[in-house]
Design a protein around this ligand. Structure first.
Ligand code: COA
Ligand code: AMP
Length: 629
């Protein structure tokens, strides 16, 4: 069947399409139908079914004879270790961990925060929660204690599972002290913590609150899989919005399992038993969908990679892992290849490895620039597919459905809408734009299974952020266009979210932190173009009258403040002091114009600018930072 026929079949009868996709799943009670309309543009999928994610990701494969197959390959160049876990072992490990959590009172519906690096125990923690029907929320290790505290207060976890440390090139990330600090800062306190001690740094335990990962499992009765309703939340994953308060994206259980399973063959073109590798982090949505759940639900072997594209030990690491573990489909962010390309421009290290096992490379998380795609195609000789999605959707909105039909690649486009998504380009008033014209990208409701039904404890915010601007549509926050062949192009964000090394960050959140500095009267953060990371945040600070601290000192303190409040992942290292910020007469900061100046692009003098002379001051400040680069 051709892609267009599959898409047309979905359009003609979405109910039939998703009920057929649901047949690949083991149900405790089958759904009576796929879509449940809740009214007021709210929808749920397979809500009346009963199902367990862990059963589908682990146990059923053991029952079907995949017990001896590797479920997880932990490849950790940063520690020099590789560890493989079969599906049988995984079932036993997860069942025991779940049993120990249950013995401590964790039940269906309880929230558990997971704060761990790229170790198999992180996946086991997620699966143990799923086994019990507990709702996990994984927090990325590159966030500061304050960000963890915000998530603890919002999610109100009964327990927190954490590692003692993570390892970044040249430094240990002190997870446990960060966790202690976060719990100190948060109003809500977890009942207990379970600490996975790593030999690189053994953490101090707090008597009565903290339990050791292994000792707390001693003698635990393995837990069976607890069937949950189709609309039971499987997890909460926080993502950046336009303010300092992150959005808790909710994922319902049944739609998640059905959709991810569908994508493994149709998009990533792998069959059960094949090795699949997403080089991301469990703290991001890519890690949830394609390090943990997708490949395991589909009976694949997943690679858990604890390392970097370069420096662990060199730019050949990706190719070494692919050839050593016989990876068939590989997924990463364009920034990773930009880093590899910079170190190995001629692809010398690529040629050292046998990549005959690899069928295709997938990119997502940020715009894939044509140069990077072409370099990757040329040096590996493999097809490279860009695909576009978001934390909110959990899987591809637009991609190349290679398992159905590999469509011709057009550089700069993530290809076409996947079945389930009716993607449209709208003008400000919500009217469809003509082919080839730029507008806001929106998806006609309902969104397909596996996408967010709401935000955690924040339905009004969900409506306001996604549903209100274009009634009847989901607003993606991205702008772009669709060409005459139906190919989509993602051009920019319509909000203040920026994308740094494939990480989604809020400039608004950084501004909130900068504004808290006692010498800062006003500030603006913009995202400037960067050849490696795509974008980098840059701060402009206006100081209080009478501040006599040297500017460099304030800048240094502000950079330190963002690192300590948001975390190293913000990569906030560029800031300068200016007298005034360019604004419209109504007081709106002209961030877009500042970005154009910093990027060295042509810009039109905004008609509404209050005082054009301020732009010269901005240019001068930018030149002290070396911009335009
Ligand atoms: N825990 C703690 N700190 C972390 C971290 C983690 N899990 N991940 C990153 N950091 C830190 C880094 O050590 C760095 O700190 P530093 O300022 O002390 O150097 C900072 O956060 C910024 O990290 P990053 O943006 O990743 O930059 P980098 O310079 O360390 O590496 C790349 C650059 C391109 C190699 C790297 O960004 C990369 O591998 N990107 C892949 C992106 C990806 O997987 N995205 C997920 C979406 S698909
Ligand atoms: P996240 O929720 O962190 O996955 O970030 C989602 C955002 O990253 C999207 O809304 C886009 O702005 C951007 N993004 C993700 N994938 C792509 C892509 N393939 N091309 C362009 N932008 C992308």
């Amino acid at each position: 069947m051709a892609y267009k026929d599959v898409y047309a079949a979905w359009q003609a009868d979405p109910e039939k399409f998703w009920m057929e996709a649901a047949e690949a799943i083991d149900w405790d009670e089958k759904p009576s139908k796929a879509l449940f309309e809740k009214g007021e543009h709210m929808f749920e999928w397979f809500a009346d079914a009963r199902v367990n994610t862990c059963w589908n990701a682990v146990d059923r494969h053991v029952e079907a004879g995949r017990g001896p197959q590797y479920a997880i390959i932990h490849d950790s160049p940063i520690t020099g270790r590789t560890h493989k876990i079969t599906y049988s072992e995984l079932r036993n490990r997860v069942a025991t961990l779940a049993g120990a959590l249950r013995a401590k009172g964790v039940e269906k519906g309880d929230v558990v925060i997971i704060y761990m690096p790229m170790v198999p125990e992180a996946l086991e923690a997620m699966l143990a929660c799923a086994r019990l029907g507990a709702i996990h929320s994984v927090v990325f290790g590159g966030f500061a204690a304050n960000e963890l505290a915000v998530r603890i207060d919002d999610a109100k976890p009964k327990a927190i599972l954490a590692s003692s440390c993570g390892i970044e090139p040249g430094r240990i990330v002190h997870y446990k002290p960060l966790l202690d600090d976060a719990i100190e800062q948060s109003t809500h306190k977890p009942e207990f913590c379970v600490i996975h001690q790593r030999e690189q740094e053994v953490a101090h335990m707090i008597e009565g609150r903290d339990f050791g990962w292994h000792s707390f499992q001693y003698g635990a009765t393995p837990a069976e899989c607890v069937p949950v309703e189709g609309n039971h939340p499987a997890y909460i994953l926080y993502t950046s919005g336009t303010t300092g308060q992150p959005k808790g994206v909710v994922r319902h259980t049944a739609g998640h399992i059905v959709a991810l399973n569908w994508t493994m063959k149709n998009i990533y073109n792998v069959d059960p038993g094949d090795v699949f590798w997403a080089a991301s982090d469990v703290g991001w949505v890519v890690g949830h969908s394609y390090i943990c759940y997708g490949p395991l639900i589909h009976g694949n072997t997943t690679v858990v990679f604890e390392g970097k594209p370069v420096g662990t030990p060199d730019a050949g690491t990706f190719w070494r892992v692919i050839s050593e573990h016989k990876v068939k489909s590989f997924f990463t962010a364009p920034t990773a290849f930009r880093a590899v390309k910079r170190e190995d421009p001629t692809g010398e290290l690529v040629a050292k490895y046998d990549l005959s096992c690899l069928n295709a490379i997938y990119l997502a998380g940020e715009r894939a620039d044509p140069d990077t795609i072409e370099w990757t195609q040329r040096t590996t000789g493999k097809p490279v597919y860009d695909h576009w999605w978001q934390t909110e959707t959990g899987w591809t909105i637009a991609g190349n459905p290679v398992g159905i039909e590999a469509l011709p690649v057009k550089l700069g486009s993530p290809t076409v809408a996947m079945p389930g998504y009716d993607v449209q380009i709208l003008d400000e008033g919500g009217h469809p734009m003509p082919t080839g014209e730029l507008g806001a990208i929106a998806v006609k409701l309902p969104l397909p299974p596996g996408t967010l039904p709401t935000l955690w404890n924040a339905e009004p915010r969900f409506r306001k952020s996604y549903l209100e601007h274009f009634p009847g549509y989901y607003e993606t926050g991205d702008a772009g266009m669709i060409d005459e062949d139906g190919y989509l192009y993602i051009m920019a964000r319509t909000d203040d979210v920026i994308n740094v090394a494939g990480h989604r960050l809020s400039t608004g959140a950084m501004e909130e932190v900068l504004a808290s500095h006692p010498d800062v009267a006003e500030c603006a953060v913009i995202g400037v173009s960067d050849a490696l990371k795509g974008q980098l945040p840059m701060g402009f600070l206006c100081l209080n009258a009478g501040t006599n601290k040297p500017h460099e000192e304030v800048v240094k303190e502000c950079i330190g403040l963002v690192r300590s409040k948001i975390g190293p992942v913000a990569a906030f290292k560029l800031a300068c002091v200016v007298d005034r910020l360019p604004k419209t007469r109504s007081g709106k900061i002209l961030r877009g114009t500042m970005v154009s100046i910093a990027d060295g692009k042509d810009y039109k003098m905004p008609a509404t600018i209050d005082d054009p002379a301020i732009l010269d001051e901005i240019k001068e400040a930018l030149s002290t930072l070396g911009y335009p680069a």
